[in-house]
Design a protein around this ligand. Structure first.
Ligand code: FAD
Ligand code: SF4
Ligand code: SF4
Length: 450
């Protein structure tokens, strides 16, 4: 358990995810990029005020659920009203987006409604810098980026919420919303009324900036000179597009070996490995990718949307009635099929967290509603991961990206290739579906999808 009197354990163990709420609780703190870890962290440990809201110290899922969704039944998937597969009917918007273009359709819908004054969402500033900004007109929504997978400092949401009059729709990844809500509940409860709704992204991981540096060393660009980065877009998986003053580097995310090395799990933030909230338990609407055999052949991305409230389901229904999206009713079993147990139940995260606590590492305290369904990953797997993660992180910090490349091409090759074989059999040949080991969404229901 991390020490709750300040953020020293968070700093020492690289648990920070850059949400920035500590800097609101304790004004002496700034969130800055650590030049060695290339992850954001607080400039100083601060005191118990900062620690009390930091989602890298603890997250009070039970208390926050009751505070946000009073009286609603909380399942292992969190509070669920409906689950839908959905896609924007605007082909260009869908192609520009990360999955189905759903977030942008939702934001346009909310901005057109009278009881919403604006949207607070991430937008591009310059280079690798992306920050929260306020949008007030539906036409501004298409300027927002798709998913940004590198680590960011995001202290602005609270400032914008505080400084702008009215009610806002907030877009955020799970750990960001955890921090924001813990801060609001503790220090500025009046801000809660200013949040009309939250649109959450499902989130499997985030990457430190060594990932981009490593990729630069394989693809011959200088990560310091990046002027823009787009991780998705152009189809269901999409290509990574990195712009430098010389050229645009277009890199296949599924097959490019350099990408597979630079964006492997060792480049994820430490906290992502103990994260149990990939499904964004606190957001009203959660949008992720629909990775199902029935969606594998769609030309453009399809989103999986979890509506946690009746109002959220009504917003989706209104979009469908207006012809802005197509939907197919799904269920939590499709969420599980699409995202896997480690994302939904935190099988690995709970096991890894227990292991770290046992070997004396102070870990964030996080017991989500999915804990009862978790089947902890075997100890051997956890230990092997920990050893490999520790070794690879040290190599990253020494800038030995070439070594990591050759490591994956030799000692790790078999493991690496088996992932493709698994993907091909399960998603393309649909072997599990043929043998009845997974339920399929009826293709008839996806008739209207591209
Ligand atoms: C770090 C990260 C990891 C993810 N991991 C998974 C995963 O494992 N599985 C899965 O199914 N889906 C994951 N997603 C979500 C997925 O990539 C899509 O973002 C989601 O399906 C929404 O797609 P869309 O087409 O509706 O939205 P888009 O049209 O692509 O809109 C994206 C919206 O999210 C905002 N945004 C982008 N990046 C961030 C960020 N880092 N922090 C806060 N706001 C942001 C933008 O402002 C924009 O409003 C992840 C997203 C992120 C950012
Ligand atoms: S996780 Fe958020 S609150 Fe905690 S130290 Fe990092 S920026 Fe501050
Ligand atoms: S996986 Fe969890 S900790 Fe990591 S960025 Fe996503 S929500 Fe935050």
């Amino acid at each position: 358990m991390t020490d709750g009197s300040n953020l020293q354990d968070v700093i020492n163990n690289d648990w920070c995810i850059g949400c920035g709420v500590c800097s609101h609780a304790d004004a002496s703190i700034e969130v800055e990029l650590d030049p060695r870890t290339l992850m954001y962290r607080p400039s100083s440990p601060g005191d118990e005020r900062a620690a009390s809201v930091c989602p890298a110290v603890a997250v009070d899922f039970a208390g926050l659920h009751e505070w946000l969704f009073p009286g609603a039944p909380v399942s292992e998937f969190g509070v669920v009203d409906t689950v839908l597969l959905a896609q924007s009917t605007d082909e260009q918007r869908n192609l520009a987006a990360s999955s189905g273009g759903l977030i942008k359709e939702l934001l346009r819908h909310y901005l057109a409604s009278e009881d919403v004054d604006g949207v607070i969402a991430l937008s591009h500033v310059e280079g690798l810098d992306f920050r929260q900004t306020v949008l007030t007109k539906p036409d501004e929504v298409d300027t927002l980026p798709g998913s940004i997978y590198h680590n960011l400092a995001q202290p602005e949401s609270l400032t914008l919420l505080r400084e702008n009059p009215g009610r806002y729709v907030l877009v955020g990844i799970p750990c960001q919303l955890e921090g924001i809500y813990q801060y609001i509940r503790e220090f500025e409860p009046e801000l809660k009324q200013k949040i009309h709704s939250t649109v959450g992204l499902l989130c499997g991981w985030q990457y430190n900036h060594h990932a981009l540096r490593a990729l630069g060393s394989y693809k011959k660009f200088d990560a310091e000179e990046i002027t823009n980065v787009q991780y998705r877009g152009g189809g269901p998986i999409g290509k990574l597009r990195i712009t430098t003053p010389e050229k645009e580097h277009v890199i296949g995310r599924r097959v490019d070996f350099g990408y597979q090395v630079a964006f492997d799990r060792s480049f994820n933030l430490a906290r992502c490995h103990v994260c149990v909230d990939h499904s964004n338990f606190l957001a009203d609407l959660v949008v992720g990718d629909a990775w199902l055999p029935s969606t594998v052949t769609t030309r453009t991305g399809v989103s999986m949307v979890v509506c946690r409230t009746a109002e959220a389901s009504a917003a989706m229904a209104a979009l469908e009635t207006a012809g802005s999206i197509v939907t197919a009713l799904a269920s939590t079993s499709e969420v599980l099929e699409s995202q896997k147990r480690r994302v939904v139940y935190g099988d690995f995260a709970y096991a890894y967290s227990e292991y770290l606590a046992e070997i004396g590492v102070p870990v964030p305290v996080m017991i989500g509603p999915n804990r009862s369904g978790a089947k902890l990953s075997p100890r051997k797997e956890v230990e092997r991961f920990h050893d490999e993660f520790t070794r690879k992180v040290a190599l990253q910090r020494e800038g030995r990206y070439r070594f990591l490349f050759w490591r994956k091409a030799t000692v790790e090759l078999r493991r690496h290739l088996s992932r493709y074989v698994n993907w091909f059999f399960v998603r393309v040949l649909k072997v599990k579906s043929i043998f009845g080991k997974r339920d399929e969404v009826n293709r008839e229901l996806l008739k209207g999808f591209r």
